[in-house]
Design a protein around this ligand. Structure first.
Ligand SMILES: Cc1cc2nc3c(=O)[nH]c(=O)nc-3n(C[C@H](O)[C@H](O)[C@H](O)COP(=O)(O)OP(=O)(O)OC[C@H]3O[C@@H](n4cnc5c(N)ncnc54)[C@H](O)[C@@H]3O)c2cc1C
Length: 405
């Protein structure tokens, strides 16, 4: 049995590396190893953010930052007061990686390459003497008196403390369930909506700031809505997919949405504007140019869907046609049939039940001296660098608390 290590970290991803490096930096005598089942480590970091790694988000107030987490909002409040996005920037800067802010608040390495983050982590583990053992798939763990036994496909280890950072791995969740933990059933989050509808056919690439409601639900969001080959995407849709991850899974991704292409304009306000346009632009063709902040091709499609022909002038519009147009602009029903991934990025909603974790230490309340960090717990966020921020924050807290206790 290999009992060389004080602390074993299971999972060589973002959370595992961040925890390992912080532990040994704080206490160089601690012997730490990372067990990774794959031949390569940090594979998700590599592909993240389209190969650029969206490390965090320029939102520096803990109480604002938590709002981006459909699961974990309440629990992350305390942890973010200990280690927030500003601390992430400082940490990486101290480790030789400068981050930059993009217009939408997402933060990336100045190099625009996720390899910079990987190189930083690999250099730090090497310098600190952290063993990174690949091809070691953990099969089981169990407590024997005051130490943990960790069995991989190759070897058995013994250690005092164990940190689980295996991300969304169903086998590990099952193993932890057998040891007494509860696992909130995993479902995908961050997806786009599949919609086949003549009104958006051939309009891929066009976008508008719109609000979207899921019918027979409280789910609603607004923001840029992007028409894609398969349906609809963009920040508003991703927000609905994240906040509605469980509800939409229950509906088997078959549901209706109502789009208001004018975002915050009501039916009545829009009807008034259209009546004024009828008077002011009586001789002009309705479909040619959008009087709203909408791409002209989308406007034309909305006009045609309102039973108005392409050549009609504003003066020709009947009361019914004006009502149709108002409805198509502010209350357009679309049927969603399925989902697609968003730029291959996805996270899993679900994981270790948050009630069973002490968020001051990230220690399990069920299995003392076992800790968690990263996506293994029932925390996830919308896209924008927030999922990694959860990995850094929980990795940092774990690193401090394993040394204290
Ligand atoms: C394509 C894509 C792009 C993304 N881009 C971003 C982004 O730009 N910004 C952002 O904030 N988030 C992004 N995310 C989400 C982000 O990658 C995850 O939230 C984050 O990687 C979670 O880190 P983690 O360390 O908890 O888990 P992971 O990164 O999943 O790491 C877990 C590790 O544990 C290993 N492991 C699992 N089981 C075992 C076992 N039994 N034994 C040993 N090892 C095991 C796995 O092989 C893996 O290496 C993206 C996700 C995807 C899929």
């Amino acid at each position: 049995m290999n009992s060389k290590y004080d602390i074993i970290i299971v999972g060589g991803g973002a959370a595992g590396f961040f925890a390992a490096i912080n532990i040994v930096e704080n206490n160089p005598k601690t012997k730490v190893c990372i067990l990774e089942r794959g031949q390569e480590v940090l594979t998700k970091v590599r592909i993240s953010g389209g190969g650029r790694c969206n490390v965090t988000h320029a939102c520096f107030v803990p109480n604002d930052l938590v709002k981006f987490y459909p699961r974990g909002e309440k629990e992350l409040r305390g942890p973010f007061h200990q280690f927030c996005s500003g601390d992430t920037i400082d940490w990486f800067e101290k480790h030789g990686v400068e981050l930059k802010i993009e217009d939408d608040g997402r933060m990336f390495p100045v190099s625009n390459s996720s390899q910079t983050i990987i190189d930083c982590f690999l250099a730090a583990t090497k310098k600190l003497g952290i063993d990174v053992l690949t091809g070691q798939s953990v099969q089981s763990i169990f407590k024997s008196e005051d130490y943990w036994k960790v069995e991989t496909n190759h070897e058995t280890f013994a250690c005092k403390k164990i940190i689980m950072t295996t991300g969304s791995n169903p086998k590990i969740w099952e193993m932890l369930q057998n040891l007494g933990h509860s696992v909130v059933e995993p479902v995908p989050s961050l997806f786009t909506f599949n919609i086949k509808d003549a009104r958006i056919k051939d309009l891929m690439g066009l976008s508008a700031v719109a609000s979207v409601k899921v019918k027979n639900s409280k789910l609603e969001a607004s923001g840029p809505l992007l028409i894609t080959h398969w349906g609809m995407s963009g920040p508003g849709i991703l927000r609905l997919s994240a906040w509605g991850a469980r509800e939409l899974a229950d509906k088997k991704y078959q549901f209706a949405i109502v789009v208001n292409w004018l975002n915050d304009k009501t039916f009545e306000e829009t009807a008034t504007i259209l009546r004024e346009l009828k008077l002011e632009h009586s001789k002009k063709a309705v479909s040619k140019k959008s009087p709203f902040d909408l791409p002209n091709r989308l406007w034309e499609s909305i006009v045609l869907a309102s039973q108005i022909d392409a050549e009609s002038k504003w003066a020709d519009l009947t009361k019914n046609q004006l009502t149709n147009l108002t409805n198509q602009l502010t209350n357009a029903d679309f049927q969603v049939n399925g989902k697609s991934t968003f730029k291959e990025e996805f996270v899993t909603a679900g994981g270790i039940d948050l009630k069973e974790i002490n968020f001051k230490t990230m220690e399990s309340k069920v299995l003392p001296s076992l800790y968690f960090a990263g996506e293994i717990v029932n925390i996830d966020a919308i896209t924008g660098g927030f999922n990694f921020q959860n990995a850094w924050t929980s990795g940092f807290i774990v690193a401090n608390s394993v040394l204290e206790n």
